[in-house]
Every structure is written in C-alpha cells, then in structure tokens.
Design a binder for this molecule. Sequence first.
Ligand SMILES: [Zn+2]
Length: 326
Amino acid sequence: MPARYVMGIDVGGTKIYAGIVDAETGKVLATARKRTHPERGVDFFSQRLLVVAQEALAAAKLPDSESLLAIGIGIAGQVDRAKGVLLSSPNLAQGLRNLALADLLQKAFNVPVVVGNDVEVATYGEQQFGAGRGYDDFVCVFVGTGVGSAIMQGGQIRRGFTGTAGEIGHTIVQYGGRICGCGGRGHLEAYASRSAVTRVLLAELARGRSSKLRELLKEGDSAIRSKMIARCIDDGDELVIETVTEAADYLGAGLGSLATFYNPQCIVVGGGLIEAAPLVLERASLRAHEAALPAATRSLTIVKCGLGDDSGVIGAAWLAARQARD
Ligand SMILES: [Zn+2]
C-alpha cells in the first residue's frame, strides 16, 4: 500500500502549526505548534520551523511500516510555487524574503515538499474536507492578522491575470478611511482584521475606557488574543462588544460586495476571531445580506469554516499528497 501520511504546515504571523494528516480521510493524527516570532529573524524562523515539523512527526508515532509521503506548507506571503520559495511576507517580517522553504524541509525530511500561500492551501482544505465540499463556486475568507481570501471556481483556485485575485482585504469599504498595512486607505483589512480590532481596543484603553480587558492583559502586554475577546463578549463588556460589532459590520459590507460582484454559491469564513466569537459571523452575515443585491444573496450560504484551526494544515497536506502521487 502506498504511504498515506502527509505533513501539513501552516505558518502565520502568530504561530507555526504542523500536523500529520491521513491524506485519504483528512484526519489529523498529531500536531505541534510554536509561536512564530518573526521579529527574531530568518535563522530563528528556519530553525523553529524544523523543530515544529519534527515534533509533529514524533508525536504521530507512525508505525515502522509507514513513512511520510510528502510535506505541504502554506505560508502567509507571496510564494514561487515552482521553486518552493517564499518571495516576501509583509505580515510575517521584512527579513523573510526569498527563503527556500522547499529545500530546507526537503533536506531535513528527504520527501517532496510543496509550498503554497496560507489562504490558498486552507481553501483546498475546506474544499476537500470542510465546509466547501459539494460547491463548485465558493470563496473562502479568513479573518486573522489580515483578511485573506481565495476564489474556488470549478474546483480550481482562480488567481487572476497577475496572481492577485481574491485580495478582498484590500478592497475599499471606507473611501479615504484608515491606513491599511499595505499603505492604502479604507481597506477592509484596516477595519475587520484581528489587528484592526486590537488597535482600536488598545487606543480606547489608552483613552481611559473601562473594560474587562484591563484585567486580562498583563502589564505592558499589547497582544489581545481572540480568546480574551471572546471572554469579554461573554461577560457583556461594552467596549469589546462595540468594537467587534463595528468590525463585523465592515466585514459584512465586504462580504456583501463580494456576493454582488462574484455571485458565489457559498462564502466560507474562518479565522481565530470567527471561531472565538460567533457574534462576528452572525452580524457580518446579516449585513452582507442587507448590503448585496438581493438576486446575489437569495440562495447564498455564508458559513463558518468546517475545519476550524486545521484547514491550513489539512489543505497543505492534501496538496502535497496530490502532487506526490501525480
Ligand atoms: Zn490594504
């Protein structure tokens, strides 16, 4: 029987997350994760990536008769798929440019390695084993450090003329509005990402607004995690509810425009904030239906990711298995 176990690795601004996946069923056997710390530079990053991968493989305790078929990695940034190189990654760190990821992993594990963009591989995961199953035309939107999305059309990811199709995070929801990480103004990402929510919350705390967040944040800590936000919402915290509701309204505007423009069967929405706070997707979905042309949303489904945190790991593994068997 051919090898069926594949490693999937999902690299984002917050964490490096690896899993050993059964390529037939999409089931995750074992995982390992560590904080990315992109600010510590490229050597630290490369080392850490290998450690997380080795830990995941060790945790899976594959029987001696089984070996790893391939490794797939999805990373937040622009990639050269043919060469397996990370070209640049604004959301990770400026230092991580032209990094030969496929070479690095191939040398360490001696199996074929496939490199993709994080949103793209997570969308494959949802298509194969998650909420996108059964749909020919759907769009995945991930709300995290940024807002990323990918368009699945007839079973293939639509990349556009120069490969930038699906950049919903950089479409305008407020003309002349807040400055986005890309330098533009009024982009969805500057309103609906977790980073945008964090910026607003920290500014309001600095202004002296009261909030349960003060207790949850450690002295000098500026990292507001999705779980903290969820706790505050459950507690009825006025500041957090107000901020998250505003972000959800903008997200809804973005999803509504997407529905009108692209008319997909389904929009699958994921990311830490979406998982932690159901309020966000409920509200955004309502707004999307209000904002879009009725004909575009009459039979549109807007659903949460089916694989949660694992869509990237599972999608990267699936992609690597497909390529290895071709
Ligand atoms: Zn932007």
